[in-house]
Write a protein that binds this ligand. Structure first.
Ligand SMILES: Cc1cc2nc3c(=O)[nH]c(=O)nc-3n(C[C@H](O)[C@H](O)[C@H](O)COP(=O)(O)O)c2cc1C
Length: 170
């Protein structure tokens, strides 16, 4: 079974999550294509799709939203899973709690893709990737910087997708 794993990433950590999901699916015998959303033109060869995006200012990145709308019609009947990467910071911190909500565009993306489920994973924030006011902001909002990627949760979620696909195939 051919599976597309595609994620929009600005600074690379969401792409790392997509890679980890692809690795788990690959290890379970699925034929995985890993591609950024802007490189995906057609879906006909895929039987299932995992689509994700980093969240910035409450929104998915536009290449992932665009892909959802571009391929929505082609997805009819195919299983789709969505994931978001963000928030950052210690979960108990005030700022992390302020990011603790689903992306604004999620409902529209869910509607366009008919996705089975959506999962949010904590992300990663490196000050070296920030410029200008964003960097200043990080100094004010201490505790947001760091690597909060939860590889166990990511691999478990990917394994649950593999289980569901295996069930569909049998
Ligand atoms: C300026 C800025 C705004 C952000 N806004 C949000 C947000 O609204 N919600 C959220 O959950 N995470 C937010 N984040 C955290 C990012 O989603 C997180 O760093 C993510 O891992 C980045 O993924 P990437 O490395 O693939 O770009 C923000 C990060 C930055 C730098």
């Amino acid at each position: 079974m051919k599976v597309l794993v595609s994620a929009a990433s600005r600074h690379g950590s969401t792409a790392q999550i997509a890679k980890a999901i692809g690795d788990v699916l690959g290890s379970r015998g699925f034929e995985v294509t890993l591609a950024p959303p802007e490189d995906v033109s057609a879906l006909s060869e895929f039987e299932a799709v995992v689509l994700g995006s980093a969240v910035y200012m409450g929104n998915w990145l536009s290449p992932a939203i665009d892909l959802a709308h571009r391929i929505g019609a082609e997805l009819a009947g195919k299983p789709v899973w969505l994931f978001s990467s963000g928030p950052v910071g210690k979960p108990s911190s005030k700022f992390a709690r302020q990011m603790d909500f689903d992306p604004i565009d999620l409902q529209a993306v869910q509607k366009a893709t008919g996705a089975r489920a959506h999962m949010r994973f904590p992300g990663k924030l490196d000050r070296h990737n920030l410029r200008g006011l964003q960097r200043v902001g990080l100094t004010l909002f201490r505790g947001l910087e760091g690597d909060f990627l939860d590889w166990k949760a990511i691999r478990e979620w990917a394994a649950s997708i593999a289980d569901q696909l295996a069930e569909t195939a049998s």
